[in-house]
Design a protein around this ligand. Structure first.
Ligand code: GLV
Length: 332
């Protein structure tokens, strides 16, 4: 009988998908976010062939070296900034993720944050609950209709945000490393330079991945170029922003407000200066956090891993160049 591959499960895998995993793999559970090296006995490390994990699991050179048989990391997320991709590529470790299935949920949250900040909805709720309404009217807010939405990053999520914003009669501009000719042909957004994007947007929304070259890439210079009335949205990754510069910009009226689903440190400590700012709406990294979307994500993550472990090409591979080698290395 051929030996089943052994995989780490460090993601919320429901019973039916666990059955699917167990049909082709032996499984070892690691609590979500814990390092497998801290949880598993050392003699087990060399037996691990694959892993399904969340972005809270740091997959770095030390982990990959400690687990020389590990050939596939299936991330339960579209982002893969928890994985040192250079280390994975050097060791021909296949990395999979969950693109596509969360675009709608993240785009919806982006639009929700935009409306919350522009119309001051969180303060409005507190105003009614506290009885302040009986003493006077709520201050006027800002329209989003007819305004310019700037998208920094035009991938799958950016496109859905652009299409949705068009239904709010917004003019959508974008900046991306590569010009998106399809989005332009569809007439949903117009390409501008990066500086023009910051200068022209009434609402600027971030949709770029976190990578060494994007870390803290939005800072005082960018906020300084924005309109004083502008709203800044981030549903991508907190660390792409220089958070101190953002806090300064929000405190000093350089920009008008922000809607943030992601922060540099998550969970955000209660004493973060962000929690003290009245012009910010904060969410707990919930872009994809709906029952339907999370189910679709874990489905894709598990299928990616099962496919890779059984020699079939997974649907969503980050580093395609690692695929044939990872496949060849599967246990006989
Ligand atoms: C969530 O942040 C993801 O990357 O899927």
């Amino acid at each position: 009988m051929t030996k089943k591959p052994c995989i780490i499960v460090s993601a919320p895998v429901p019973a039916d998908l666990r059955q699917l995993l167990e049909a082709s793999c032996d499984t070892v559970d690691v609590p979500m976010g814990k390092s497998p090296l801290e949880v598993l006995p050392q003699e087990q490390w060399s037996q691990i062939d694959g892993m399904v994990c969340t972005v809270k699991t740091r997959v770095d050179a030390a982990l990959l070296d400690a687990m020389p048989a590990l050939k596939v990391v299936s991330n339960f997320a579209v982002g893969f900034d928890n994985v040192d991709m250079n280390a994975a590529n050097e060791r021909k470790v296949l990395v999979c993720n969950t693109p596509g299935v969360l675009d709608g949920a993240v785009a919806d949250l982006t639009i929700g944050l935009m409306l919350c900040v522009a119309r001051n909805l969180v303060a409005g709720d507190a105003f009614v609950r506290s009885g302040a309404w009986t003493k006077g009217a709520f201050p006027l807010a800002t329209d989003i209709r007819g305004k310019t939405l700037g998208l920094l990053g035009m991938g799958r999520i950016g496109r859905v945000v652009a299409r949705t914003a068009r239904a709010f009669d917004m003019d959508v501009i974008y900046h991306n490393r590569r010009q998106d000719t399809e989005a332009e042909a569809e007439g949903i957004a117009r390409y501008v330079s990066r500086d023009e994007l910051f200068a022209q947007s009434d609402v600027l929304s971030v949709h770029i991945p976190l990578a060494p070259e994007t870390r803290k890439s939005i800072g005082a210079r960018e906020f300084g170029m924005m309109k004083k009335t502008a709203i800044f949205l981030n549903t991508a990754r907190g660390a792409v922003v220089d958070e101190d510069a953002l806090i300064d910009a929000l405190k000093n009226g350089v920009i008008a407000g922000a809607g943030l689903d992601v922060m540099t440190t998550e969970p955000l400590p209660a004493d973060s200066p962000l929690t003290q700012l009245p012009n910010v709406v904060l969410q707990a990294h919930i872009g994809s956090a709906t029952v339907e979307t999370r189910r679709a994500m874990i489905d894709l993550a598990v299928h990616n891993l099962v496919n890779a472990m059984t020699g079939n090409q997974p649907k969503a591979i980050v580093n395609a160049e690692a695929w044939p080698l990872a496949r060849e290395a599967q246990p006989a």
